[in-house]
Design a binder for this molecule. Structure first.
Ligand SMILES: Cc1cc2nc3c(=O)[nH]c(=O)nc-3n(C[C@H](O)[C@H](O)[C@H](O)COP(=O)(O)O)c2cc1C
Length: 371
């Protein structure tokens, strides 16, 4: 049976924490030693590694603000547009995704940035549209933090305007959030860049069904992914559309299970509960997001904290290379099209993933060999 091609890549370390704020980290809410550097240079090396290894995705989030908790988790964030331009020029095949907080930018400007990135990358750039959930990031720059449903309505208008700038000239648009008269932007991208969204709520899913090409989920298991994929595809089908599903995963993939479990204990021993609680409060307090949905109401606090500390609510591949391949096979069987990874030691773990896990996936027909 042909299964298609599971696309893989990195949730790149363009967001995290490092000197002078505190010990380096990205997706471990823990002060355990990690090989993470929120710098362009480190990201460029990783992008080269992915490009040479034939992987597909270099995904970048966007944050703004001072970080979470007393330790200021996620205090650092590189700009995902300018990094995209440089990475596009430095790579040949890799697909690069930037993230935009729709409330912080005007769609006319993003249309222009996107058309430029489309040119620099030769059609390898895409955009993740986020409505935002961290209230302090809005307050810092005095942008109104609208109620959840309204944030998604504004994102929807943003996306309509963005698409118009990319596809038409001389258009008028009259919405609740944007008014455009004789809208015009040249150059245009060769084709409309792929659009992503990572929301979990009903509002987010409806937005994805109508406007996006990829749905990003934080599914914790293949079973959860099956439900997510079925739901989003049914919603999209009602609009005559098809959607690809991508997941973000924290990988702790080692030669033995015992070694991986020993590292879990090391991570938990130096956990940063204060920052984890600040993240949970931000996510589940403001919106019915991934966390509320993923863990459900009434889930024990210890479990919620554990899932936050390791991978900030992501799915987790903890174990051997074979076990990681088994899990990816199960996810693919449940309807997955792509996955981006975070790691404890970004460079070493990315190299090991390409060397040890990807060949198993190719042998099993989960991915087409690209080399
Ligand atoms: C893979 C992934 C990437 C995300 N990237 C960002 C981001 O860069 N910036 C951001 O503010 N939120 C980001 N989010 C949060 C979502 O956009 C969304 O707001 C959150 O999951 C809550 O869901 P809801 O908005 O549907 O309530 C991300 C979520 C996931 C799962």
């Amino acid at each position: 049976m042909s299964r298609g091609h599971l696309e893989l890549g990195l949730f790149a370390p363009t967001v995290g924490r490092m000197d002078p704020i505190g010990p380096p980290t990205m997706y471990l809410v823990s002060e355990v030693p990690q090989q993470v550097s929120i710098t362009y240079e480190a990201n460029r090396r990783l992008a080269h590694m992915l490009d040479r290894g034939g992987l597909e995705f270099f995904f970048m989030a966007q944050r703004g603000g001072r970080g979470f908790g007393a330790s200021r988790f996620w205090s650092h964030a590189l700009d995902s547009f300018t990094v995209a331009a440089a990475i596009a020029d430095a790579t040949e095949r890799l697909r690069i995704v930037s993230t935009v907080h729709t409330a912080f930018y005007h769609p006319a400007m993003v249309a222009r940035m996107g058309a430029t990135l489309d040119q620099i990358s030769g059609g390898r750039w895409g955009l993740n549209l986020v409505s935002g959930w961290a209230k302090p990031e809005f307050e810092m720059i005095d942008i109104p933090f609208l109620e959840h449903g309204e944030r998604y309505r504004q994102t929807e208008e943003f996306t309509e305007v963005l698409r118009l700038f990319w596809n038409e000239d001389g258009f008028d648009y009259e919405g609740d959030y944007y008014t455009i008269r004789g809208g015009y932007a040249q150059p245009k991208p060769e084709g409309t860049p792929p659009l992503f969204n990572a929301g979990a709520s009903d509002a987010a899913r409806e937005f994805v069904a109508r406007h996006c090409d990829w749905y990003f989920t934080g599914a914790l298991s293949a079973e959860q992914l099956r439900d997510d994929a079925k739901d989003i595809r049914a919603r999209a089908a009602r609009h005559g559309r098809d959607i690809k599903v991508i997941v973000y995963l924290f990988g702790l993939i080692r030669d033995s299970e015992a070694q991986a479990q020993a590292e879990v204990e090391e991570i938990m021993a130096r956990r940063d509960d204060d920052a984890a609680r600040a993240l949970i409060e931000g996510l589940s307090g403001q919106s019915l997001g991934t966390f509320a949905k993923g863990f459900g109401e009434g889930v024990a606090e210890a479990e919620l904290l554990h899932n936050t500390i390791i991978g900030v609510g992501s799915g987790k591949l903890i174990g051997t290379h074979q076990q990681a391949a088994d899990a990816l096979e199960a996810y693919q069987g449940a309807g997955l099209d792509g996955a981006v990874f975070c790691f404890r030691n970004f460079e070493a773990d990315t190299a090991s993933f390409i060397e040890n896990v990807v060949p198993i996936l190719e042998t099993r027909g989960i991915r087409r060999p690209r080399r």
